[in-house]
Design a protein around this ligand. Structure first.
Ligand SMILES: [Zn+2]
Length: 526
């Protein structure tokens, strides 16, 4: 697949025409005719995501937040976006942005969140205006199929998930060919009546020229008759935000808890009485502060992020409760789920799509640090201990990552053992071309995610990578930008355990995980 085909795939799922006028979406850096075999999807198109894409052998990075947002006067390394764009060019990574178009699209980020919350009868909060026109043509019966196929091929007849949509009805046409005409039907100077079919189909306004040209070319008449109408349709399922109903009314507090649980957050903020009953829910992933008024007339409660004090005050005045879903958290959550479907579609066309979890959180909270976090040394290895240790129900997680070449084909191996020492889960995954350290970190992150998913509360993590262990324990600085992302991700995961310890072990002690690494690389490179 070429970059242009990749861009077209995105346009199918999240039409770029849906984007807000101030937004910048589509291909931002790269050549349309470059080949794509693997793509990386991430929330932010920043320098680390570009490096990550390159490290994973991806030729394109699809991001929700654009790389280039303000117009640039020069592309140099003196400005931030210029530096990142140059890096993308150097690394051979094309950058594509799908922002407000992906928010508004059917099955886009807002729909993903509503789906997880089981909302019903969803409608857009602000329906998208759809820029469509209609072609009405008059075609002799014998030309009908040829004309239909031609206008469909030019982009007419698409309504949501349906293509080849048209309507036709038979009637009678009249005409009189004048001197000089070369009529396909009838003769010069004679009034003519003939059977014709009126065919109608809609098409995106941008395709007007192509559709009209296709119609005229496929029609056998010298002067084909047709009309183009400008429509004022509104999308019924596309637009900014969604309004939907909970299958059963619940309390604001219970819904807020569900949102926190969905996003794996310890807590989320909300406004209003916790016991208030709510059933009509408005969802705007990202920043919804400017939509308070619309949300208040559509729903009881508004799940969104980036609401400032005055906007929240306005919501209170209008009787609208707010549940804060942090901008980056909810968007990455939704993007990751959207990406699964996207990856399935592209896999059928031979392109591998990977998701890169950035787990960005610019803000930390004081209750997440402090007394609980201490660095301790225990014999051979070293340990990071949080909270009070106790012996019961402690799981062991062996993690290992390795690359053949640095970078080279790489794999990860993870073994989770229950308190009786029985293996309960194993991972043996190929991760593409990576460095040893990236593989070690990816193994750690994957292992921790697996343990979190299983609900493990007390854990000992064992890794034979001295670098990873020492960086996690804060004994080594993390200078590399790519490793820093994994490091932050691992630290956040470590915080999810009631009690956790990270230990360095010898390679020989990690033979189980090591053989899973080798098996993964063998499978992939055979
Ligand atoms: Zn956003």
């Amino acid at each position: 697949m070429l970059v242009r085909d990749f861009v077209r795939e995105i346009d199918h799922l999240a039409p770029f025409a849906l984007a807000e006028s101030w937004d910048h979406v589509g291909l931002q850096v790269g050549a349309l005719d470059a080949r794509v075999e693997r793509a990386l999807v991430a929330l932010d198109a920043n320098e680390t995501a570009i490096s990550e894409a390159a490290a994973q052998g991806c030729q394109v990075l699809l991001a929700h937040h654009a790389l280039l947002f303000q117009p640039l006067e020069a592309v140099t390394d003196a400005s931030y976006p210029g530096r990142a764009a140059l890096r993308a060019v150097r690394e051979g990574v094309a950058v594509v942005a799908a922002h407000t178009n992906l928010d508004k699209a059917r099955g886009g980020l807002a729909d993903v969140v509503c789906g997880v919350l089981d909302l019903e009868d969803m409608k857009p909060l602000v329906p998208a205006s759809v820029e469509v026109d209609k072609l009405v043509g008059f075609v002799p019966e014998g030309d009908l199929e040829a004309v239909r196929s031609a206008i469909f091929a030019a982009g007419a007849g698409v309504i949501g998930d349906y293509i080849h949509c048209s309507f036709a009805v038979s009637g009678e046409s009249s005409f009189l060919p004048r001197e000089g005409a070369q009529p396909t039907v009838g003769s010069v100077g004679q009034d003519q009546r003939t059977g014709e079919v009126r065919i109608e189909a809609i098409f995106p306004r941008a395709q007007r020229g192509a559709v009209v040209d296709a119609y005229v070319a496929a029609h056998s008449y010298e002067e084909p008759a047709f009309d183009v109408y400008q429509l004022e349709n509104q999308a019924t399922r596309e637009g900014l935000g969604r309004v939907g109903y909970l299958p059963e009314a619940t309390t604001l507090g219970a819904l807020a808890r569900r949102v926190a649980g969905m996003l794996s957050l310890k807590a989320v903020r909300f406004t209003g009485e916790a016991g208030r009953r709510v059933s009509r829910v408005v969802v705007v992933p990202g920043a919804g502060g400017s939509l308070i008024e619309q949300a208040a007339s559509a729903g009881d409660v508004f799940i969104t992020g980036d609401v400032d004090y005055h906007e929240a005050d306005e919501a209170c005045r209008l009787g609208l409760s707010l549940i804060e879903a942090p901008h980056e958290t909810v968007e990455e959550y939704a993007l990751e789920r959207w990406c699964e479907r996207f990856a399935d579609g592209l896999a059928r066309q031979g392109v591998e799509v990977r998701f890169h979890a950035q787990r960005r959180r610019l803000w930390s909270q004081t209750d997440e640090i402090g007394e609980a976090e201490t660095v301790a040394t225990s014999g051979e290895g070293t340990a990071l201990t949080r909270a009070v240790a106790s012996e019961d129900e402690r799981y062991e997680l062996y993690v290992d990552g390795g690359a053949r070449g640095n970078p080279g084909p790489a794999g990860i191996g993870v073994r989770l053992l229950d308190p009786n020492g029985e293996p309960v889960e194993e991972l043996s995954d190929y991760i593409g071309k990576a460095t040893n350290n990236v593989a070690e970190y990816q193994a750690l992150v994957a292992g921790l995610e697996l343990a979190v998913d299983r609900g493990v509360r007390k854990l000992t993590v064992l890794s034979d990578s001295e670098l990873v262990v020492r960086q996690i324990l804060g004994q080594y600085k993390v200078r590399d930008a790519v490793l820093r992302q994994y490091h932050e991700q691992a630290k956040r995961l470590l915080h999810q355990f009631q009690e956790v310890e990270v230990k360095h072990i010898l390679r020989e002690e990690n033979a189980g995980a090591d053989s899973l690494v080798n098996a993964a690389i063998d499978r992939a490179t055979k």
